[in-house]
Design a protein around this ligand. Structure first.
Ligand code: ZN
Length: 433
């Protein structure tokens, strides 16, 4: 597949994955094509060498693994980690309210989005609804409103004269509610909202009990630039890394090698990873321990396997934007379409160290993939990833890498077509080496 086809495939994945719950559902559909077997955490696991499996926790974190032909104590686990969530807006429990004749949805900020980018977009809703079915069983279903439902209109420049000098500031409580409708006087706002969900879900409003709903941008992803060398979409951070890891894994030459391969995609990275399904929780440890015990490894064998395991924590990196040179360390400008970025931070906000860097560089060289190195400005605080948390919990060697991108945490992010393909190639190499 060409680099542009890979990216089109990524954009299709993102456009059908407007929430972490949808992302996991779409990943599951891709796994079905390759005969992966779904495991239930409540059941006993019987695993075969060469077997392909996955486990989902709470619909939005997924761990996929291929049981190696060789014993775990010889190969360890080859792990790629990424996250399924993206920063944005989430709908509050009392979802709707009315103000001056306009029905608005009450939102809470999830993670650290660039809020100004949510204005004047064709927004809609997607996520998970929990309800009682006809037999009074509690069930959950995904919903995605395809049409634009919501908007956060900017104030006209005539009322906000300083916006271009001072930037757009939005008060999180007062100025973020999203306009949904003009309401007739007799209708109650929450009833209107539930009616809307009922139409989408096909279940009576009175059966709906709760929801996890994200706001998303209905604009589809595109290739752009004079030679279509860039692409833009929402949620590149970090669905692009999930997609790259999955493409690296779902290749017969990779699936049929001796190593035990793991892709771990977690929800809740953008809010600190501390949850039952986040990278700070027990999910990955639980799964690796169960792989080991189903392979008849004892405690010591498991520790031996971890000691020779490796984690690539894949998350997007900050590409150089020439309009803002002072935002970057002048010696560590990483450029779009110039290869995967190795992220280094002395305070270990990234898990990278010298030996893991050397290993990754070696894989890049073997795959004929260029690479770049990033260090944040010393006078700016640096973001973090699932890398340090996961590597600390498991005690395994790790590296933080990612494709360079612009406008991280904007509702419309962009990146380079070549980098996505480069990342897939080096990830493949890490799995089979
Ligand atoms: Zn990220």
């Amino acid at each position: 597949m060409s680099a542009q086809q890979q990216v089109q495939n990524l954009l299709n994945f993102i456009d059908s994955s407007p929430s972490p719950w949808h992302a996991v559902k779409n990943i599951e559909a891709q796994l079905a094509v390759f005969q992966f077997i779904k495991l239930d955490e409540k059941e006993k696991w019987v695993l075969e060498p060469g077997g392909r499996y996955y486990v989902i926790r709470d619909h939005s974190s997924i761990i996929i693994f291929v049981q190696g032909q060789k014993p775990l104590v010889e190969t360890g686990f080859k792990i790629i980690g990424a996250h399924t969530d993206s920063p944005g807006l989430r709908i509050k429990p009392n979802a709707a309210s009315i103000m001056d004749g306009l029905l608005r949805l009450n939102v809470e900020v999830y993670g650290g989005p660039i809020l100004a980018t949510f204005t004047d977009r064709d927004l809609s809703l997607a996520g998970r609804i929990s309800y009682k079915d006809e037999q009074n069983h509690l069930v959950s279903s995904l919903v995605k409103f395809e049409r634009p439902l919501l908007r956060l209109p900017n104030l006209a420049i005539h009322m906000n004269r300083a916006v271009n000098e001072e930037g757009l500031k939005l008060h999180k409580q007062n100025e973020l509610p999203l306009i949904l409708s003009v309401l007739a006087d007799e209708c109650l706002p929450q009833a209107y909202f539930l009616q809307l969900v009922q139409e989408q879900l096909g279940c009576d409003a009175e059966r709906i009990l709760s929801w996890d709903l994200a706001v998303y941008d209905t604009q589809k992803g595109v290739l752009w630039g004079g030679n279509d060398e860039f692409y833009a979409d929402s949620q590149l951070d970090n669905l692009a890394s999930c997609h790259a890891a999955l493409q690296a894994l779902l290749d017969d030459a990779v699936l049929e090698n001796d190593n035990t391969l793991v892709c771990a995609f977690f929800d809740h990275e953008e809010i600190g990873s501390e949850s039952n399904k986040g990278a700070g929780g027990s999910f990955l440890t639980d799964v690796l321990e169960r792989i080991a015990s189903a392979s008849e490894c004892d405690r010591e064998d498991f520790a031996r396997a971890l000691a020779q395991s490796f984690l690539i924590s894949a998350d997007m990196a900050h590409a150089y934007q020439p309009s803002f040179p002072s935002a970057y360390d002048p010696e560590h400008k990483v450029l779009v379409n110039k290869g995967p970025v190795i992220k280094v931070n002395a305070s270990h906000r990234y898990s990278t160290e010298g030996v893991s860097q050397a290993m990754f560089i070696d894989w890049c060289e073997q795959a004929s993939v260029p690479y770049q190195r990033y260090s944040h400005r010393s006078d700016l605080s640096c973001g973090s990833t699932i890398g340090p948390i996961t590597s600390a919990r498991l005690g395994i060697r790790a590296i933080d890498v990612g494709c360079p991108m612009w406008a991280m945490h904007s509702i419309r992010e962009s990146a380079g077509v070549l980098d996505h393909d480069y990342m897939i190639r080096v990830m493949k190499k890490s799995f089979v080496k």
